[in-house]
Design a protein around this ligand. Structure first.
Ligand code: PEP
Length: 248
């Protein structure tokens, strides 16, 4: 099994003061969490501030998106080398909000995944189905296509050391969490699709993970940890979720 990982996605939240408060509280709680990798993904403007606060700690830093290109005339974009330069280790790729609100289709997401790998970042590839797709029985077809776009462009070996987050869209920010068996079923499908060999990626569940449901989700055989949105903005809640990953 992969090492446990819990990642906080702050989305478009925080201020300079909140970054300091939240990271200080997390750092104070982290020493008790040996055995779990933990990272936070603040908005771009706060990455450098966060990197400074996290120097020398075991709390990792990630970004929420990256450009396909490394540099050039791409107004408003942020590249992989820039993220590395400010201290990022991880980057979210293809979060459902990027897919649904900003038109990021499977082929573009695959290009971003490749860019992350080329620049030495650990991509956290987000996949997941809409509610209508689940109800229509097409969950595996949808997720299979999301995975195949990356496999076709980058090859199976590109998943070695990468992270895949299964995030059912109907569970993100809704409080309607997938049941542990629902999460496990999709994680098993993903594990089989990408192969169980040496290249097997770390598989996270995301979608309304909270302190009271994290342990049940993380206990599933193919769930290696979580991608956490709302609860990652509250230090006590995020630390509780990290502890649930530690106790598996
Ligand atoms: C997310 O943004 O990736 C997420 C899982 O959000 P939440 O935990 O709030 O559902």
């Amino acid at each position: 099994m992969s090492r446990s990982l819990v990642v906080g996605n702050w989305k478009m939240h925080a201020s300079r003061a909140q970054v300091t408060d939240l990271l200080s509280a997390l750092l104070a709680g982290m020493p008790r969490l040996d055995g779990v990798d933990v990272a936070v993904c603040p908005p771009y403007p706060y990455l450098q501030q966060a990197a400074g606060l996290l120097t020398g700690s075991r709390l990792g830093l990630g970004a929420q998106n990256l450009a396909v290109e490394a540099s050039g005339a791409h107004t408003g974009e942020v590249s992989g080398p820039m993220l590395v330069d400010v201290g990022c280790r991880y980057v979210l790729v293809g979060h459902s909000e990027r897919r649904s609100l900003y038109g990021e289709h499977n082929a573009l997401v695959a290009q971003k995944f490749r860019a992350a790998r080329q620049h030495g970042l650990v991509p956290i590839l987000c996949v997941g189905e809409q509610l209508a797709e689940r109800e229509a029985g097409t969950t595996e077809r949808v997720i299979g296509a999301q995975l195949d776009a990356v496999l076709d462009l980058c090859g199976g070996d590109s998943l070695a050391g990468a992270v895949i987050a299964y995030e059912p869209v109907w569970a993100i920010g809704t409080g309607q969490v997938a049941t542990p068996p629902q999460a496990q079923a999709v994680h098993r499908f993903i594990r089989e699709r990408v192969g169980r060999g040496a290249a097997t990626p770390t598989l996270l569940y995301g979608g309304s993970v909270k302190p009271d449901n994290a342990a049940g989700l993380f206990a599933q055989a193919d769930v290696d940890g979580g991608l956490v949105g709302g609860a990652s903005l509250v230090a006590d809640q995020f630390l509780s979720i990290c502890k649930a990953a530690f106790s598996q």
